[in-house]
Design a protein around this ligand. Sequence first.
Ligand SMILES: Cc1cc2nc3c(=O)[nH]c(=O)nc-3n(C[C@H](O)[C@H](O)[C@H](O)COP(=O)(O)OP(=O)(O)OC[C@H]3O[C@@H](n4cnc5c(N)ncnc54)[C@H](O)[C@@H]3O)c2cc1C
Length: 482
Amino acid sequence: MPRQSRAASDQPTREKMYDAIIVGAGVSGLLAAYELLRLRPVSAVLLVDAGPPLERRSAQDATTGGYGGAGLYLGGRLYFGATALPVMPPVSSLAWLRPALSGDAFARRATEVDELLRALGARAEWQQRPPEPLERAIEQASAAGLDYVTSHPSRRLSQEDKLVALGALRERLLAAGAQFLFGAHVDATERDGEGFRLALSPASAADGGAGGIPAELRARTLLLAPGRYGAEWLRGAATSLGARVESLPSTFGVRLEAPASVYDPLTDVNPDPRMQRLTRDDALIKTYATCPGGLVTAVRRYGALVASGVPIMQREQRGPTTTVAILAQPGMEGASGVWREGERAARVLNERTPDRLVVQRLGDVRRGWSTTEEALAANGVRPSDSTAQPSALHDVYSAAYWRAFDDFIARLDQLAPGINAEDTLIYGPAEERFWGFPTDELLQTTTPGLFMSGDGAGQSQGIIQASVCGLLAGEGMARALG
Ligand SMILES: Cc1cc2nc3c(=O)[nH]c(=O)nc-3n(C[C@H](O)[C@H](O)[C@H](O)COP(=O)(O)OP(=O)(O)OC[C@H]3O[C@@H](n4cnc5c(N)ncnc54)[C@H](O)[C@@H]3O)c2cc1C
């Protein structure tokens, strides 16, 4: 990338018209800036992120935002994964959904990302096979009829490797003239003639005014790369800019809580073991967001109060219970059949216990009894969410869900004996939502000049895939800018 000089006083202001603003400094946003400045070195590029800059992040903190985003800062295991973007789901999907990139073309771009990260200092070597304990766990899952989701070959970057690579990438971007604005949440987006106008606010009271965050910014092209946790915001932003957005069926279910020792056989090998099984009626039933020694908490999402997990990064600080969601992800066809009622479950449970989650013992779910305060007080597993209301949720989910759940948890019990116990706690509702955003092959949406990339747009599920999306979007913006 050619070097540019930049005036020290060149702070982001509402008067300046950027060539490109990139919302999200995760791998997708970073690689988009890299590619745009490589192909069109004169571009004025600003990356905006609600989180902190690299030097203010900490590996002990599970916060997913800031320079480097979620995966490259907190995780760091590199793998190519599904060789298609967007990753095609195993259940039926939107009729228009086609890969923007696949096969050899994807492999070439993924190799490019891998080589770039290596050149930046991410030196770990590729391991062709999973480590022996993981290989055994995959075999045991398969014997229990579960598909263990993992991807090899892979290489795991050390914390030092990640910091070196992220720091070197930042230096390259700064040298090429990119600017960064941290602690700035993009609240709203609107069209401004041929370009875009963004309304911003400090991401937290602590950041208020600290970096001189302008209330407004303008750009000729806009890339939205807010990551998985920004998907709901992305849907709103894309809609307000007139881009086509389509809802996928709600992925719904419950969140389990069991003694950490019961789930240790799985989480000792991999802190977030993802297991899944296809049902006969076009749904995937799966584990989601496991938090070993973590907590259950209620969060507002999608206009509902839903059960979420809080991970505890430091092993010595973990609590006595592990929590994992068991979600059903219906396909489009399944959602118009037996998997119809996903969104309704959240609504009904929220009406039943406003502002609190429902918690029920698994034994009571099976018997069709409400769990009482006394039964919960006497239960072997203590609820980590003390605000959850002991009550009933068994009657809210369909027979299809419980059939799939019972089958799934019986298989899981072969890997984590004791998970299918009467004292296991079941919280509800749990829900995840996804949207489809039609784009061209360089990730431009149906609104000219508006691009989106990465996990938030449902295109990727990992660092390398999200980075490849970034390269495509960077090329797309360079082309749009001319
Ligand atoms: C704990 C954890 C560990 C992971 N480990 C791995 C791993 O080892 N290997 C792997 O391949 N994948 C891993 N992943 C998945 C990986 O995070 C993603 O695939 C990848 O980070 C996606 O990159 P992204 O750029 O799309 O989004 P992200 O990395 O999530 O970055 C999005 C950024 O956008 C910012 N943002 C969002 N909304 C706004 C807004 N409105 N205004 C301003 N800023 C905003 C956020 O602050 C964030 O920094 C992990 C995920 C998590 C949560």
